[in-house]
Design a protein around this ligand. Structure first.
Ligand SMILES: [Fe+2]
Ligand SMILES: [Fe+2]
Length: 168
């Protein structure tokens, strides 16, 4: 197996990380042009997993959800909620921590991508075509209302992370 899905998704992880690195290159300021490209890239990546990869893997698994899916979905919810408030140093710190853990769970040997790859090995071409044709996720302006950050904190708690602990 030449792990084409694995390479497709891990390459996308690196592309999105690079956008975040560029957004935060100068200490004390966040480049919103890069940050918005990062948000769009990350939300589109999550869309590819939630709408195409995970359902295909579950279907190939006899419609039985994979054990790791519930955790990854909660993390997608938390990461998506973190894309709503305006970025701060604290928010970026928390985001990087959760993203690192999440990407490892997907990329590590025997992780989500390996499992999906082997379950869907007879439909890799079809899946890659679908993935290349996914439309970009819509990007809304950041929301400075305190409720947006509170919602992100609650989504993190559901996924097993404490914003205030991770931010310090
Ligand atoms: Fe993911
Ligand atoms: Fe991913």
């Amino acid at each position: 197996m030449n792990k084409r899905l694995f390479h497709f998704f891990t390459k996308d992880h690196r592309r999105v990380e690079e956008l975040l690195d560029n957004a935060t290159r100068n200490p004390g300021e966040i480049d919103m042009e890069y940050y918005n490209r990062f948000r769009k890239g990350l939300l589109t990546h999550i869309k590819m997993e939630e709408k195409t990869l995970f359902p295909a893997a579950q279907k190939a698994n006899g419609n039985v959800p994979l054990p790791i899916m519930a955790r990854l979905r909660l993390e997608h919810g938390a990461i998506t909620a973190l894309m709503v408030p305006p970025p701060t140093d604290s928010l970026i710190k928390v985001l990087r921590y959760v993203l690192d853990k999440h990407d490892i769970a997907e990329e590590e040997p025997g992780g989500m991508y390996d499992i999906c790859e082997s379950l869907t090995q007879h439909q890799t071409d079809e899946l890659l075509e679908k993935l290349h044709n996914v439309t970009e996720a819509p990007l809304h302006p950041v929301n400075p209302a305190p409720i947006a950050l509170e919602a992100a904190k609650r989504a993190l708690i559901r996924a097993g992370y404490d914003y205030d602990v991770l931010a310090t």
